[in-house]
Design a protein around this ligand. Sequence first.
Ligand SMILES: [Fe+2]
Length: 393
Amino acid sequence: MPYYHTLGQIPRKRHIAFRKPDGSLYHEQLVGIEGFTGPAALLYHLYPPTTVQSVRRVRETPYEADPDKTLRHRHFRTAPITRGGSPTLDRVPMLFNTDIAMLYVAPEKEDEHFYRNAQGDEVVYVAEGEGTLETQYGDLPFTRGDYLVLHRHILHRYRFTKPAKLLVMESRGHVRPPSRYLNAVGQLVEGAPYSERDIRVPRELKTHDVTGEFPIIIKQYNGLNEIVLDHHPLDVIGWDGQFYPWAFNIHDFEPIVGRVHQPPPVHQTFQGDGFVICSFCPRPYDFHPEAIPAPYNHSNVDSDEVLFYASSEFMSRKGIEYGSITHHPDGIPHGPHPGRYEASIGQTHTNELAVMMDSFRPLKVAKAILPYEDPKYMYSWVEGGQGFAPPTS
Ligand SMILES: [Fe+2]
């Protein structure tokens, strides 16, 4: 986590008696990773977090791969995906490997249950919508363009004030700011494209003193499990530490530009194990008088490239639309579409907005996204070729 934070009441020292007004003890809980040595938080509950009344396996959530392994560039459109279901139970898997999975959901309802992913960190890009994430660490309001960084185990529930479309990136490893952005004490350095002031953390802690039956859905062993707790899980009176949910808005990313084209690592926003996440934001173009702002053709050796287009404009692509996802696998070069290279010369700025996830191991396409595929994309670089299938929305 970016830095130490605390909310509510905590005792003067850790692991000492901390009493309620009636003289009984609050219940201390450490939530930390890497075996008591990694980032951690200490939470103080009204009730023990252990009083589970029942457990059950709800269902499996396997990611099934497209059986057609033909190597090709691919294009999927999320816009036609029907709004429906729950933000945590009805996610559509799109691409995945053992390090990272990308899923999409446009929920039509809020959850009654709370949710915890025990097998992965989640970075949730809010493509549309607005609301508040209720967590044991306090409320975290969110809006369009936010990345919500929900480390594994963090209990949460979405509350929407505007209908949402969420791009979920589920990571086997721990998601963090790129290490080159951090100095020896973990502070974001001056040259980083964002600073601590851009990171939003829970600021309002709501403590619920309610008993009853409270279901919690937990993702573990590639499936959903339900436990029923005998009290409201948001019963935290105070906490401190460096393990908590946080948010960062894509428009707070300060683009790094140059006289000539800058490579994608200047757009890096997060680091994971086996992948990176980058933000392509509105920015001035390269300013050498002969600069070609569109990217050169490139072979993404040792990585698969996935782009989610958060606006319908992207400097090097045509035929994509808002909500498009392109997958450029390792093995076939890619680059600007015909005409885009020449047309970019002399342009002064771009309004593109896109989230890129580059995985270091090959990705599989999920069967669930196949109905939304544009099958002609592979040939869209051929002048006078098949071009694109017409948009469906
Ligand atoms: Fe690329």
